[in-house]
Structure formats: C-alpha cells, structure tokens
Design a protein. Structure first.
Length: 348
C-alpha cells in the first residue's frame, strides 16, 4: 500500500533513483550517469551499489574520475587534491575469520554428535536428520565477509561524511533487520512512522555500509542499537521518495529478466536459472509500484533506464566481477540504455 511522505518537500530539477545490484549495477549506473545531464539533478536516492555511485556524484566527484578509478590501483581526484585506492576484490571479499572459525567449530561438533548417534538411527531418514542438524547449527556467524575496509575506503574517498555538506540532496536506503522498517539516511528530514525511519545523524560512510549489507554475505551494521541490511530487502527501488522530491524522476535499475529470442534459460545452468527467477520476482515488484505511481502521479515525468531485455551478455556478466573488460562492458550497457531512454522521451 502506498504511504505519503509528508515531510519531504518538492524541489526544482530532477530526482535520480539508483538501484542496487552489486558491482554490475555500479558500473551500469556509471554509464547512465555519464550520459545524463547531472546539472539538473537536485536529489539522489540510492540503495547499495546505487547509493555508492550516488554518494560519489553528490559529493562532487566527476564521472571521468570514477571511470578512471575502475582500471587503476589508485586514482587522483583533482577537486580534492588527493589520491585514493580503487575498490578491489580483496577489499570486498575479506573473510570474517573469527566468526567463521567459531561457526566451523560448532558445525564440526554438531556433525560429530550426529555421527556418534548413527547406530541408533537405522530406521530414520539419515539424510534429512543430518541436513536439519547442519542447518540448525548455522547460528554462530552473521556473515562470511567483513566490510570494514570498504567503510574505510568510503570515509577516505568522500570529501565530507556529513549529508548536510554535499552539493546534491542524498538519500541512502537500508532495511532494519529486526523491525523491517525502511531506513532512509539523509541530511534534512527526520521522522518515523510504521513503515519508514528517516535518520539525519549518521555519517555517509556508515549509511553506505548499511545499505550494501547483503544478508549472509556482509554482517548487518549496528547503528544506534539497531541492525541494518540491504535497503532493497524492504522495497525494490525507493521511487516514492523521488516522486515526493521532484516532478521529473529518472530511475536506473538492472533487474530486467532476460528474454531470449531463441532457446531457454534452462539450458544456461542452475545459477542462471536462479538469477532469472530473482530478476522476475524483483521486476514484478517494480511493475506493481509503477502501476500505483502512474495512477497516483499522472503529471510526473518518469524516465526508466534498464538493460535491454534481450541483452544476454549483460545478463550473464558476473555480479561481482572486477575484470576491466567486464567493467567497460557494463559501463557501455548503461550508456546505451540511458541514450535509448532519453531518445524515447524526445520522440514521445
């Protein structure tokens, strides 16, 4: 059900909504941003990868600098006269060793206990019993990886970690793990209802870490005695915030399912079947919200930027790739999608 956001005030210009979607979405958004006229953007609403890209642009870092950083170990930011490290796989996938060791010990003990009781289970379903014990033992590690280095990178890269200091209004979306509220970290509006919690006293780097905390992969982030996870767990895209802030909204996302001209996803293996299923579910959620908002805001201009439905190369590209050829391919895909969407508006 749609809920009003009474304390958000409309501003002139364009609101930009950027989805999550791991590294692939980040590169896609960079291509989109490279194509858009950012001088007209007054607000950016982002989740996970979209929040990272949005925060860098809102802070005044140029697209050229971002693209240069994709293919270098470090990049010089002329505006801030500083050199920062580029994001690498070792930063993103740093194992949370202590928790993993503890979890491994508990799993081993549970397995050993089960093995010792095998002589008494001859008439039971051994496989089912073992799987139950294995799953029930997974209670001692909140994640596989730590995002500490990523948070330090964000802190060093941004010229200010105060939402109120940046040029463009920024809204970073996360989800409360225990109450399922949508958390909206920003610098101007603080209020709470049964669905939303707008928070103004959290640094940008901390908000980004919360927004990108993919459940199971990265540990939930504790902020003011609450734990937060990826923002799109609660709501796929936060387009309602964009619509409350501007009469023109540009939405960039990467959740379009692949529609093959020939053949079937079935022949691409189990991983791509899972990926397609997830994209179908997310795209269906987006479609429902689009219908609701189109009926409620008929006078708003909304531009949708998404991958081509038959772009097999984009669909198959790894979500967490750091290879330069993949990065360039995803940036180019974002550029093509943005140009197509903008041309459709001109023709329409």
């Amino acid at each position: 059900m749609h809920r009003e956001l009474p304390l958000l005030h409309k501003k002139p210009g364009t609101a930009l909504v950027l989805s999550g979607g791991a590294n692939k979405a980040f590169y896609f958004h960079i291509g989109v941003l490279k194509t858009l006229n950012l001088e007209d953007v007054t607000s950016i609403i982002g989740t996970s990868a979209g929040a990272i890209a949005g925060s860098l642009i809102a802070s005044g870092i140029s697209i050229d600098s971002l693209i240069a950083s994709l293919h270098q170990n470090s990049v010089y930011i002329p505006r801030f006269d500083t050199v920062v490290k580029s994001l690498t796989s070792t930063m993103m996938f740093k194992p949370k060793l202590h928790h993993l060791v503890v979890q491994g010990i508990y799993t081993m003990l549970s397995s050993l206990q089960f093995m010792l009781t095998l002589p008494f289970r001859c008439k039971q379903d051994i496989v089912a019993e073992f799987l139950d014990r294995l799953i029930l033992s997974q209670r001692h590690s909140p994640s596989f990886f730590t995002a500490n280095e990523l948070e330090h990178l964000f802190r060093s890269l941004l010229p200010s970690n105060d939402f109120r200091d940046i040029d463009i209004d920024l809204y970073v979306i996360a989800t409360s793990l225990d109450s399922s509220e949508r958390a909206v970290f920003n610098g101007s509006v603080a209020f709470q209802d049964e669905y939303n919690h707008f928070i103004t006293d959290v640094p940008i780097h901390r908000a980004l870490r919360a927004s990108m905390s993919i459940p199971g992969m990265f540990e939930p982030v504790k902020i003011e005695n609450k734990y937060y996870i990826d923002g799109e767990v609660r709501q796929t895209l936060s387009m309602d915030i964009g619509l409350a802030l501007a009469d023109r909204v540009i939405v960039s996302h990467t959740y379009h399912p692949l529609y093959l001209r020939k053949g079937s996803i079935h022949d691409m293996g189990w991983f791509n079947i899972v990926k397609q299923s997830l994209h179908i579910a997310l795209y269906e959620r987006i479609a429902r919200w689009r219908e609701i908002y189109a009926a409620k805001y008929p006078d708003k201009e909304v531009i949708w930027i998404e991958p081509e439905p038959d772009d097999e190369a984009f669909f198959l590209a790894p979500e967490f790739s750091f290879r330069p050829e993949v990065q360039k391919q995803m940036v180019a895909c974002g550029e093509r999608a943005a140009r197509k969407a903008l041309e459709a508006v001109k023709e329409g």
